[in-house]
Ligand binder design. Structure first.
Ligand code: SAH
Length: 366
C-alpha cells in the first residue's frame, strides 16, 4: 500500500469518526491545516512551484495596480492616512512592484501603510524578504478584521479562488451536499449526503433551479466579502478583486487540483497539491454590496489592464530593453491579455467596490 500523508491520515480519522466530510471542510484542511496544509508548508508559486500568477509573470501587473491605487486614493479625497491592504500576497511581488511605481507620487507614498493578510508562515517569510529593502511600513495580519479601522484600499489577486468552496448535487427532487467518504475499496471518494439541503433551491439563482439532475452548484461562505463591504461602507475606501471565475452564478463544477503545473486528482495527496475553484463574481458582489458598498464590473482582465495602459507601459519597457528582454515582455503581455488557452485575458475577471460617495473607478469607466 502506498504511503499516506499525515494529512490524509487525519482526514480519514475524521471521516471514520464523524462520517463523510463536506467538500469545503476537505478543501480547508488541504490548504490551511496549521501543520500539514498546502499553503502552510510550502511555496507553491513560480516556475518551479505548482502554478504561476500574473504578478509573477510580469512587473507590469503590479506597477499598474500601484497606479490604480494611487488614482483611487485621489478619488477618495487623498486622505492623509490610507491603509493599503492585500489579501493573500503570495511572494509579495505585486506589492513590491506597486510600491515601486508609486514612488513618483510622494504624497500618496507618504500617506500609506501596507497591511498584508497571510495565513502561511512560509509565504509570510517570503513576503518579508521581497519587501525588505522598502522604506514603507508593512504589517502582517492573519485576517482582515485585525487591520485597524480607517480608510483602506484593499487588493486581492488569486485569493478568493483559494477559499473553501461548498458543493451541492441535484437529485430528482432536491439538492444534496457533496461530501468525501472512504469507499468500499478504502479510497477517498466523492459521495452525496443522504438528506437534502433544506430549502436550498430558494437560495439559487432562477436559472440554476432548472438545472438537470446531477448538476453541481458551488458556493462559498461570504465572510471575507462581507468584511470588505462593511469596511468600505463604514470607513471609506475601495477594493479590487482579480481572479478566475464566472460573471454570473451558474451550475457547473470548477473544483480543480494542480501540482507542478499539471492537473491532478483533488483526492490524492491531500495537502500536497493546490485545490481551487472558480470565483462566482455575482455572489461575491452580492455579499460586498449587501454591506453598503458600490460594485463595478466585473470586466475581463485583458480589458482592465488595457484601460490602465499596459500596452503603453510595455512599449516603454521595450524601448529600453535588449531584443531578448523585449521578446519576454511580448510573451508576458500575451499571457496576461491572451484570449487563447494559455492566456489569462478572458478567464480572469476584475471587480471593484467602493464607498457610495466614490464615482467610477479606473478601469471601470462606462
Ligand atoms: N496574490 C498572490 C498569491 C496567490 S496564492 C499572487 O497573485 O501571486 C493565494 C495566497 O493566499 C497565498 O499567499 C496564500 O497563502 C494566501 N491565503 C490562502 N488562504 C488564505 C486565508 N484564508 N487567509 C489569508 N491568506 C490566505
Amino acid at each position: 500500500m502506498d504511503e499516506r500523508s499525515p494529512l490524509e491520515v487525519e482526514i480519514r480519522r475524521r471521516i471514520t469518526a464523524a462520517g463523510p466530510m463536506p467538500v469545503a471542510e476537505y478543501m480547508a484542511l488541504c490548504l490551511g491545516d496549521a501543520e500539514h496544509g498546502y499553503y502552510m508548508t510550502r511555496d507553491p508559486l513560480g516556475a518551479r512551484g505548482d502554478f504561476i500568477t500574473a504578478p509573477e509573470i510580469s512587473q507590469m501587473f503590479g506597477e499598474l495596480i500601484g497606479l490604480w491605487m494611487a488614482a483611487v486614493w485621489k478619488q477618495l479625497g487623498a486622505p492623509e492616512n490610507i491603509r493599503i491592504i492585500e489579501l493573500g500576497p503570495g511572494h509579495g511581488t505585486m506589492m513590491k512592484d506597486a510600491l515601486r511605481a508609486v514612488q513618483v507620487m510622494p504624497a500618496f507614498r507618504d500617506a500609506l501603510v501596507v497591511h498584508l493578510i497571510e495565513i502561511s508562515p512560509a509565504l509570510r517569510a517570503q513576503q518579508e524578504r521581497t519587501l525588505d529593502a522598502l522604506t514603507t511600513q508593512v504589517l502582517w495580519h492573519a485576517a482582515l478584521d485585525e487591520v485597524p479601522n480607517g480608510p483602506a484600499i484593499i487588493v486581492a489577486n488569486e485569493f478568493f479562488d483559494a477559499l473553501p468552496v461548498n458543493q451541492a448535487v441535484k437529485s430528482e427532487r432536491a439538492w444534496h451536499e457533496r461530501q468525501i467518504e472512504i469507499d468500499f475499496a478504502g479510497n477517498l471518494a466523492f459521495t452525496v449526503a443522504r438528506d437534502p439541503l433544506p430549502r436550498f433551491e430558494m437560495l439559487l439563482p432562477p436559472a440554476a433551479r432548472q438545472a438537470p439532475e446531477q448538476s453541481i452548484f458551488e458556493w462559498r461562505a461570504d465572510t471575507v466579502a462581507m468584511d470588505i463591504g462593511r469596511r468600505i461602507a463604514d470607513d471609506g475606501g475601495a477594493a479590487l478583486v482579480i481572479d478566475y471565475g464566472h460573471v454570473e452564478s451558474a451550475v457547473g463544477e470548477t473544483l480543480q487540483a494542480v501540482g507542478q503545473h499539471a492537473y491532478a486528482d483533488p483526492l490524492t495527496t491531500p495537502g500536497g497539491i493546490d485545490i481551487t475553484a472558480h470565483v462566482d463574481f455575482q455572489a461575491l458582489a452580492r455579499a460586498v454590496e449587501a454591506m453598503g458598498a458600490n460594485g463595478f464590473g466585473p470586466v475581463e482582465q485583458s480589458q482592465f489592464l488595457r484601460r490602465l495602459g499596459i500596452e503603453t507601459r510595455a512599449a516603454a519597457l521595450k524601448a529600453k530593453a535588449t531584443s531578448r528582454a523585449a521578446a519576454d515582455i511580448d510573451s508576458a503581455l500575451a499571457r496576461l491579455l491572451g484570449h487563447d488557452r494559455t492566456g489569462m485575458g478572458m478567464l480572469f475577471k476584475v471587480a471593484a467596490f467602493a464607498h457610495p460617495s466614490v464615482g467610477a473607478l479606473p478601469g471601470f469607466e462606462a
